[in-house]
Design a protein around this ligand. Structure first.
Ligand SMILES: NC(=O)c1ccc[n+]([C@@H]2O[C@H](COP(=O)([O-])OP(=O)(O)OC[C@H]3O[C@@H](n4cnc5c(N)ncnc54)[C@H](OP(=O)(O)O)[C@@H]3O)[C@@H](O)[C@H]2O)c1
Length: 216
């Protein structure tokens, strides 16, 4: 049985991916802050799910999370780094900018590094992160959010190069969705980039599993 961890599993894309993985026979580690939503999800998935209530902003305290959860799951094949926050911030309010940096940059970096080191030690693995189409271009209404997503994409390129240089069997996948109909999108589904369900994310996962999206 394959094992996966989904960081940011309590709602939206992460929740859908966790359910999809469980349906495909994975044991899944579910990580987020909202314990009630995680408990509901665990009930839906059953014994194959393990829950950890974690705030990724406590980045330095989470360095052991991946290893601990892998121990509980009995191994690890896939880590999905999906936790993220984003605000429309036309006034450049510092707290909103800081939130994007704390979760999408610091929280992400601590767990991406921990996942890479785990897979480095075990000889193989797959790291998937959900950045965004805004990683490709700064957005005036959300400068820190779009910059944080560019950070994620760039960091993944670095990990990919590092793994290739060391000839490690570690696959790194960057998923850049457009608008997806979740709490985060808050009804702003008005642009050309949108999805009312998650088939494209699932397709990305299936393609990446077959290594069709493996790039160096
Ligand atoms: N929706 C879109 O249009 C869209 C487009 C492109 C990319 N994305 C990206 O897709 C990812 C998922 O977003 P979504 O649309 O599915 O929104 P969502 O439903 O709000 O999901 C966000 C997830 O991140 C978790 N999270 C946020 N802050 C956290 C923290 N401090 N510690 C631990 N977990 C935290 C949330 O869990 P808790 O609140 O329970 O902690 C939740 O599970 C994000 O990285 C987002 O940037 C979304």
């Amino acid at each position: 049985m394959k094992k996966a961890i989904v960081i940011g599993a309590s709602s939206g894309i992460g929740r859908a991916l966790a359910l999809d993985l469980a349906k495909d026979g994975y044991s899944v580690g579910l990580v987020a802050r909202r314990s009630d939503l995680l408990a509901e999800l665990k009930e839906e998935i059953g014994a194959a799910a393990v829950v950890r209530v974690v705030d990724v902003r406590q980045a330095g305290e989470n360095l052991g999370l991946i290893k601990d959860l892998a121990g509980e799951l009995g191994g690890l094949d896939l880590v999905i780094l999906n936790a993220g926050v984003g605000h429309i911030n036309n006034d450049l309010d510092w707290e909103k900018e800081k939130a994007a940096i704390d979760v999408n940059v610091s929280g992400f970096t601590a767990l991406a590094g921990a996942a890479y080191k785990y897979f480095e030690g075990h000889g193989h693995g797959h790291i998937v992160a959900i950045s965004s189409v805004v990683a490709l271009r700064g957005i005036g209404a959300s400068p820190a959010y779009s910059a944080s997503k560019a950070f994620i994409s760039n960091y993944l390129q670095g990990l990919r190069q590092k793994g290739a240089k060391a000839k490690l069997d570690i696959t790194i996948t960057d998923i850049k969705p457009g608008f997806v109909d979740t709490d985060m999108a808050k009804g702003r589904l008005h642009s050309g980039w949108q999805a009312r369900s998650l088939p494209h994310v699932r397709l990305c996962r299936r393609l990446s599993e077959k290594n069709l999206m493996r790039m160096y």
